[in-house]
Design a protein around this ligand. Sequence first.
Ligand SMILES: O=C([O-])C(=O)C[C@H](O)[C@@H](O)C(=O)[O-]
Ligand SMILES: [Mg+2]
Length: 424
Amino acid sequence: MKVVRVTVTPIAFRDPPLLNASGIHEPYALRSIIEVESDNGYVGLGESYGDAPALAIQQQLQQELIGLDPFKLNILRETVARVVARVTPASAAGAELAPGSHASKALSNAYSAFEVAFLDLQARSLNRPLVDMLGGALRTEVPFSAYLFFKYAEHIDSPYPPDAWGEAISEEQIVAQAKSMIDRYGFKSIKLKAGALEPEHEVSCVKALKRAFPQHQLRIDPNGNWSLATSLRMAKLLDGCLEYYEDPTPGLEGMSELHRQTGLPLATNMVVTDFDEFRRSVALNSVQIVLADHHYWGGLRDTQTLAAMCATFGLGVSMHSNSHLGISLMAMTHVAASVPNLSYACDTHYPWQEEDEEVIKGGKLPIVDGCVRITEAPGLGVELDHEQLGKLHEQFLSCGIRARNDVRQMQRYRPDWETVKPRY
Ligand SMILES: O=C([O-])C(=O)C[C@H](O)[C@@H](O)C(=O)[O-]
Ligand SMILES: [Mg+2]
């Protein structure tokens, strides 16, 4: 089997005005959709970052992958490394709010984007589900969490009508958001994206959630926007109501000190984003749970390696997300189904995406009892809807956004808004 065609299509889909430590989501989120076709007529799918730097590399790779054998993933990695070295200037290491957009992750991002499509192609050619290329499923239902955000009712100068979720700033509105999400999808755990408003208010929202959903596991994620002193103060106020405390304070040292003083389980997708940071985190005992994300951890197989390393060092594994569609959701679900020690419900932004903006046939995938199912269907188990792909590509061309910038978007609401980390 040989690759005969690779197509990378950038798309944009509507994204609500969700608040975070950097600012606010722009009206459209960017992704790329990858199709890899083989000489025997199969097409493997991938979904990845659609920001300009990531896209430039993916587009360079389109021609370079022609002729490769989809089973030879080591050759794929070498090929990607060669192209990345050619097109990316060496850049400083370090994680950002959207770690996938950081230039130091160029190789692992680009490799991951195509690895998923190659694995999908392998699986389709063998008429097996993709998870069988990863050693097979340990579970067929993968739990996800209700990912809550503070949000405005609508975007400034919105190019489209307001979403159905409405404003969520007060305790009551956050509890109502959780209720709608849980009623609709049956989630059993709740994550609140924090670092956006006053910490005391964010913590009182967690406590209101605890009162409203006493049986649910709770997490809060301020994205490193709280100083160590604030994180310690909030830990006292939170008073043991968390399943884990995600990235309250920046840096491996800060997280290490926070854990030393509180004993709370700390989780991260910010201070451990590659294997070098993993090693340093273990030395400092900075975090107890690592959030995997195949999009920047170097694909589905490296995610399994990460999980094995977590097992070796006695760390837990959870999963991070960014705004995404169904191809990513299924890739996340297949790898999660194969990881023995993924004992936490995974994050997903999927409920925030609109019904009419999916790129796969049949529309949005179901989430039932908080879980996404994998079936025996070949590959990822989803097919591309080319009409929808064309529509979302047109939206990419017309929306004017070429790289995610939550800071710049917030400056449209508040011209004095600056990047200050930690803000509180
Ligand atoms: O767990 C996280 O840090 C995230 O999900 C990062 C995302 O970029 C989130 O903050 C967002 O979508 O605003
Ligand atoms: Mg996080």
